[in-house]
Ligand binder design. Structure first.
Ligand SMILES: Cc1cc2nc3c(=O)[nH]c(=O)nc-3n(C[C@H](O)[C@H](O)[C@H](O)COP(=O)(O)OP(=O)(O)OC[C@H]3O[C@@H](n4cnc5c(N)ncnc54)[C@H](O)[C@@H]3O)c2cc1C
Length: 397
């Protein structure tokens, strides 16, 4: 079967590898002109890593993964440790260690494994036509391609989503919802004045957080959240000024982090949005996958992991059912949409708690952190993973 995948992000590239491994002829199209991921790094929790292992990338992912052995919360003002504990139970309960990876490393790994020769960059999808037997994609330069199946992995502002939901024909368009904060992130050299080299360290206060996670190559992935409405003007020339305003008075470890940021080398600013869960992911020979289907705020670090779960479910469904592509896609939607919705809503709940959108809940959380021995936080992390399709109904130990 011939498959067109639109989008070469983590969702599209992983789906491309999976479908190629099933023996299908796959071409990936992406509007980007070069591999330049937005954002510096991401945490791949055990569910996401397991899908990558299943794709034959276990050793490669381990090689680019930072080792996050412990986790700690610190008071943002005083730097006092509120709690600190080992993340080893996440590994033992799920059967796989989580990793933090630089996005550029993961993206390059996926694209190379798929095959750069079958990725068409600079190709912007402008239309989809499904005649019931084949599906044709049209691109901005007027070119077309026709296949048996089209996977829309075209991200949060997906055109493929508009096709499957009928918005391209005048139906209501699914809109994104602002999560209430802006995220700044990047990579810096590891400095233990911020936190130990093998620890996910998070400073919290005032409904804000300031975090570092270890990435391979002696680097920390840093990310900080500033609660603010959408559309706050920001010029790149301002560099870290918004961070100075938000965190300049925080603990010495945070000061060290701010001083380590080189805005020209690694400082990204992202307004955070998500989408209310919706359950129409397929139409005829077209299915959506990844952020196109379930755009989530990064508050539980599960967006890309969820895209990888889509890849797994889609490939297994296509490989094991024989009533035709359209039937397989409906089964894929059925397996995935409720599970993905659960993660979007879990992230929203966490977002409210972390950012003081409910100040009483946030204060209660800060108070709780002082008594936390890790068991509740680990229960939450593992709870995000237990129902993953990659666990094949076996959950965790
Ligand atoms: C600040 C932040 C931190 C995050 N941290 C984590 C984390 O720790 N762990 C985690 O699992 N997830 C995390 N996520 C979520 C994760 O980044 C996304 O869920 C994931 O990257 C989605 O991958 P995707 O392939 O679906 O979409 P994308 O990566 O957005 O890829 C879509 C691709 O489609 C292309 N495209 C779009 N429209 C067209 C078109 N019309 N024609 C052709 N090509 C098109 C784009 O160029 C792009 O390359 C985070 C997100 C943010 C914003």
């Amino acid at each position: 079967m011939k498959v067109i995948v639109v989008g070469a992000g983590i969702g599209g590239a992983s789906a491309g590898i999976a479908l190629q491994r099933l023996g299908h002829e796959v071409v990936i199209y992406d509007q980007m002109r070069e591999n330049k991921p937005v954002g510096a790094a991401l945490s791949l929790w055990s569910n996401g890593v397991k899908v990558l292992n299943w794709l034959g990338l276990a050793a490669e992912v381990a090689a680019i993964g930072g080792l996050m052995d412990d986790m700690a919360y610190l008071d943002g003002h005083s730097g006092e440790t509120l709690c600190r504990f080992s993340l080893a139970p996440v590994t033992t309960q799920t059967g796989q260690r989580p990793y933090v990876v630089a996005r550029a490393d993961l993206q390059a790994l996926l694209m190379e494994r798929f095959g750069m020769g079958r990725i068409r960059l600079g190709a912007r999808l402008t239309g989809i036509a499904d005649d019931g037997t084949t599906v044709t994609a049209t691109f901005a330069d007027g070119s077309t391609d026709t296949a048996d199946l089209l996977i829309g992995a075209d991200g949060a502002r997906s055109l493929a989503r508009d096709h499957v939901t009928g918005a391209t024909e005048g139906g209501p368009r699914i809109e994104r919802t602002h999560a209430g904060y802006t995220n700044f992130n990047g990579l810096i050299p590891i400095d233990e004045a911020i936190g130990p080299a093998n620890q996910w360290t998070t400073y919290v206060a005032e409904g804000k957080r300031c975090s570092v996670m270890p990435v391979a190559g002696g680097r920390f992935y840093y990310f900080v959240d500033i609660p603010e409405p959408p559309g706050v003007p920001y010029d790149r020339a301002e560099g870290t000024r918004p961070l100075e305003r938000a965190f300049g008075h925080w603990a010495p470890g945070v000061r060290t982090l701010l001083d380590a940021i080189d805005p020209d080398a690694s400082l990204n600013r992202v307004e955070i949005w998500d989408i209310d869960p919706f359950h129409t992911w397929v139409r005829g020979r077209v299915a959506i996958l990844g952020d196109a289907a379930h755009n989530t705020s990064p508050d539980i670090g599960q967006g890309a992991c969820s895209a990888l779960e889509d890849t797994f479910a889609l490939a297994i469904t296509l490989a094991t059912t024989t009533l035709g592509v359209e039937d397989s896609l409906v089964r894929y939607q059925k397996i995935r949409s409720a599970r993905a919705a659960d993660l979007v809503l879990r992230a929203r709940k966490r977002c409210r708690e972390t950012h003081a959108f409910d100040p009483v809940a946030t204060q209660a959380w800060y108070d709780h952190l002082r008594t936390e021995d890790g068991s509740e936080i680990i229960r939450g992390i593992v709870g995000n993973i237990t129902d993953s399709p990659i666990n094949l109904g076996g959950g965790t130990l």
